[in-house]
Design a protein around this ligand. Structure first.
Ligand code: HC1
Ligand code: SF4
Length: 578
């Protein structure tokens, strides 16, 4: 153990602990901007400078380990003054247009400037403007970039994609795509992890809200909204709202208050996905072709495979994602049932995901004769919409999802957390193969039960394998989240080191609960907490197996006939042309 003093308080910590970690143990917060534990520990911003007794030069608390007898002052006059100058330098290269910034009110740079009392800059502002394709679902505003390198490190260390690069040096340092390529050609999977780990508004999703306002104001349009599983776990992450208010019923009520005509649950179409994908898996197990089968509901993963491993595309399940299955059903079956002409329907998906914006726009996803999903809003965009309408969820009376295709089972709900698609598929595959029901929790070995590591993105997700015996045959499964982890699994499969039958991949660490379109929290990863909520919702549901969903059964009886029928193949499957 190492003994030291921080701000006149004595403590002992383990060797190797940084000054910042040691201070945290005492409840002393040392301001920082670029630091991200395990991912970005390069002291780029120099905001965490502290004074050490007997030393002339200040040190960065995020990267300096403690030493025996060290006496640290985290907020001495000298530390405060240098910290302030460093922040002023950062602000001199930042446009500081807070009033029109998506991160205003949730921006550590804005907060820090306020805490340090920076109301004027002693330097002339020099802001770099780099060109950007404003149609692309991921927007980068170079005028707000503080060169903290978090985007670069997340993309490389967690996702293994390396689409960002550093240009120039010193005061001219800039971040850009590799070789300054247009973003649409930069092999970006649109997982959005760079957005959720950016400390400022330099990275964000394309703003699709103006189009939504136009549609809401159009009396000829009937708006049909679907809500993804992970959105319900994250739509009300506000300090000023007491726990328990964030129910699915209040979310439905809020969207109705905004003026959407129908609010449906993507959990329903996740159940339909299971009917199709589960049966597809059994077909492939029989024919032993294109194995292992990979899940295909995550467009971040599908685009990764398209761009980095096209040789494996045939192994993707042809089943569309729940978002797209719902899109196809809304403009066919739902239109028929409600008597609304499909050309008058505007189908809007609210997703924890940025990549879903691209998925919805793909030509290969349209099967209804129209664009199946017209718009995708991220959870963050939806939260902005609620704010713009001044909706206080506390005053809302809960409302049910709309019918006739609105309700889902517990199996569909867990799609939003890593391992959920696998578990849901196994619950149904077991019934199809054996004719009997397995206990709902029989396959829980695929769950990620770690709740630790909330402050460390790199600890989230990971790779889990499990084997299950079904009707005398062993099914080998693998569940993975985070694209770098996925690459590891691909290498194991391709080298013959590992053999699986079914592999679930979600691009974002922890699954969609940790999606790139979810609310941003500076100090912690919220995916595990949101994932736990989805398992609670699963437990609370009366029906926890997709094939038990009466609305799904009715859909097959009245419209699709059987899983993998000609109609189901046409509407609900695709060859994943990206
Ligand atoms: Fe997901 Fe999915 S789980 S991909 O993360 O299969 O976005 O929540 O809606 O489509 O159901 C996302 C979440 C979501 C789809 C489902
Ligand atoms: Fe989108 Fe979910 Fe995939 Fe992340 S894991 S890219 S949020 S679908």
């Amino acid at each position: 153990m190492v003994n030291l003093k921080i701000d006149d308080i004595e403590l002992s910590v383990e060797e190797g602990t940084t000054i910042m970690e040691a201070a945290k143990k005492l409840g002393i917060y040392i301001p920082h901007l670029c630091f991200l534990k395990g991912i970005n520990e390069i002291s780029a911003c120099k905001v965490c400078v502290v004074e050490i007794q007997g030393k002339d030069k200040l040190v960065t608390a995020c990267s300096t380990p403690v030493s025996e007898g060290m006496v640290v002052f985290t907020n001495s006059a000298k530390a405060r003054s240098v910290r302030k100058s460093n922040v002023e330098l950062i602000l001199s290269q930042h446009d500081c247009l807070c009033a029109t910034c998506v991160r205003s009110g949730n921006c550590p740079l804005q907060t820090l400037a306020g805490h340090l009392g920076i109301y004027d800059l002693p330097f002339e502002r020099q802001v770099t403007e780099q060109a950007w394709d404003k149609e692309f679902p991921l927007i980068r505003d170079s005028k707000k970039c503080i060169k903290c390198m978090r985007c670069l490190q997340i993309c490389s260390k967690v996702q293994g994609c390396d689409i960002w690069d550093v240009q120039n040096t010193g005061a001219y340092t800039n971040i850009s795509t590799v070789d300054n390529m247009p973003i649409s050609q930069a092999k970006c999977t649109l997982c959005g992890q760079c957005i959720t780990h950016c400390p400022t508004g330099a990275l964000k999703e394309r703003n699709d809200l103006p189009a939504i306002y136009d549609i809401l104001a159009d009396p000829d349009k009937v708006t049909v909204v679907q809500i993804a599983p992970a959105v319900r776990t994250a739509w009300l992450e506000r300090n000023d709202v007491e726990p328990g208010i964030d129910t699915e019923g209040r979310l439905v009520a809020a969207l109705k208050r905004i003026g959407f005509d129908y609010v449906l649950d993507t959990v329903f179409s996740a159940d339909v996905t299971i009917m199709e994908e589960g049966n597809e898996l059994l077909e492939r197990l029989r024919s032993k072709k294109q194995m292992p089968m990979f899940t295909s509901c995550c467009p971040g993963w599908v685009s990764y495979l398209t761009m980095y491993h096209p040789e494996l595309l045939g192994q993707l399940s042809t089943t569309k994602s729940p978002q797209q299955i719902f899109g196809a059903l809304i403009k066919t079956y739902f239109a028929e049932k409600t008597g609304v002409a499909p050309e008058n329907i505007c189908s809007i998906a609210i997703m924890p995901c940025v990549s879903k914006k691209r998925e919805a726009a793909l030509e290969s996803m349209n099967a209804s004769g129209y664009q199946d999903v017209d718009y995708v809003l991220t959870t963050r965009e939806m939260v902005r919409l609620l704010r713009a309408e001044h909706i206080d969820p506390r005053g809302l009376k809960e409302k049910p999802f709309d019918s006739p295709i609105g309700d889902g089972t517990g199996a569909g709900a867990i799609f939003g957390v890593t391992g959920g698609v696998m578990e849901a598929a196994l619950r149904t595959a077991y019934k199809v193969v054996t004719g009997e029901e397995a206990d709902e929790d029989a396959f829980k070995a695929v769950r990620d039960t770690r709740t630790q590591g909330r402050d460390n993105a790199i600890n989230l997700g990971g790779i889990r394998t499990a084997e299950f015996e079904i009707a005398g045959k062993v099914l080998k499964t693998c569940v993975v989240s985070g694209l770098k982890n996925a690459e590891e699994v691909i290498q194991q499969i391709q080298s013959g080191e590992a053999h699986y039958d079914f592999v679930e991949v979600m691009a974002c660490p922890g699954g969609c609960v940790g999606g790139g379109g979810q609310p941003i929290h500076e100090e912690a990863e919220w995916a595990p907490k949101r994932g736990e909520r989805l398992y609670e919702l699963d437990k609370e549901r009366k029906l926890r197996r997709s094939h038990e969903n009466p609305q799904v059964q009715k859909l097959y009886k009245e419209f699709l006939e059987t899983p993998l029928s000609e109609k189901a193949e046409h509407l609900l499957h695709t060859q994943h042309m990206w």
